[in-house]
Design a protein. Structure first.
Length: 317
């Protein structure tokens, strides 16, 4: 995606994805599992369970937590870069122009249309199917992710990059661009490159589930970047070190200028180089009722990116 500021431009790159979000299996899911389990029980096991449940069947007893959440917790919605674009569309002025470099398909574009019709689509790339992710959101724990339709990395035209104020890369699937592509971008571009590490921090197993692991060859990634955004879990995939400040110092040694660490409901901390010393600034999160946590990091990153392009002031941004 590309952002134009005061008749200049900046770039943000990401794949789209469509998340299927849920807090639990729901009433029906648990009843089905309970019924299946019942068919595999031995007579002795059934006897012991009957002592606990009485006349109630396992299928009926297994869903009691879901009467609080219900099946309505599962939904389909736009994800990832949609929230980045939404934030920028609300921050930019009439002199700014956003260009989105991303993939889309006919089946799901309606979920993104309301925001994407407001940007320049010169770098849109049509594919048969965009990636989809099944998110299982759990309170006080990192969400679980499983993907479908992992697509090829984006095609990035590097010939016009220096007309942009900044490049924001949101690693939605972790395969959005390759290290070779990022190296070419860095070699061709002298402006600010911001990356939201996101799913680059997660490996992909044979079931298309994503698990955290140390990012392969991250030193080479870091040397191409100016600003990095991670959450608390993703931070520890950037280095083998186990202490946050030690990771910060290591990243700064590779040339990183700013590190943004989002900390969930606590807020966010930004680390930055202040002359010859490392500085940091913490902003506490505002408390709201029943927050929708999907896209919060994307909104934060896009807002910080845009503000920093404008004022070059870390704390104000």
């Amino acid at each position: 995606m590309i952002l134009r500021y005061f008749k200049r431009t900046g770039l943000l790159i990401a794949l789209l994805y469509l998340p299927f979000c849920s807090m639990a299996w729901g009433v029906l899911g648990h009843r089905i599992v309970g019924q299946v389990a019942d068919t595999y029980l031995t007579k002795q096991t059934k006897k012991e369970i009957d002592k606990i449940l009485g006349d109630e069947a396992i299928a009926m007893a297994s869903n009691w937590p879901d009467f609080i959440k219900s099946d309505k917790e599962q939904k389909i919605s736009a994800g990832g870069i949609f929230y980045s674009i939404s934030a920028l569309n609300r921050l930019t002025s009439c002199d700014d122009e956003i260009y989105l470099c991303s993939q889309y398909d006919d089946e799901t574009y309606t979920h993104f249309k309301s925001e994407f019709e407001k940007v320049n689509k010169k770098y849109f790339q049509k594919v048969e199917k965009i990636p989809k992710v099944h998110l299982n959101l759990q309170k006080d724990r990192e969400r679980h992710e499983a993907y479908e339709n992992i697509t090829n990395n984006l095609s990035v035209d590097i010939s016009e990059l220096n007309s942009f104020d900044g490049i924001l890369i949101n690693m939605i699937t972790g395969f959005d661009i390759t290290l070779d592509q990022l190296t070419q971008i860095r070699n061709s571009y002298s402006g600010i490159i911001f990356i939201d590490i996101h799913t680059l921090s997660r490996g992909l197993n044979e079931d298309y589930k994503r698990e955290f692991r140390i990012i392969h060859n991250f030193i080479s990634w870091a040397r191409c970047l100016d600003i990095i955004q991670v959450n608390q879990s993703e931070l520890f995939t950037l280095s083998h070190k186990k202490i946050e400040m030690e990771i910060v110092e290591e990243l700064f040694s590779y040339g990183i200028k700013i590190l943004c660490v989002t900390k969930g409901e606590l807020g966010a901390r930004v680390y930055f180089k202040n002359q010859n010393e490392n500085g940091s600034y913490f902003v506490a999160a505002r408390k709201i009722d029943n927050p929708n946590v999907i896209g919060c990091g994307d909104v934060f990153g896009a807002s910080f990116f845009y503000s920093y392009i404008r004022n070059k002031n870390v704390i104000d941004s």
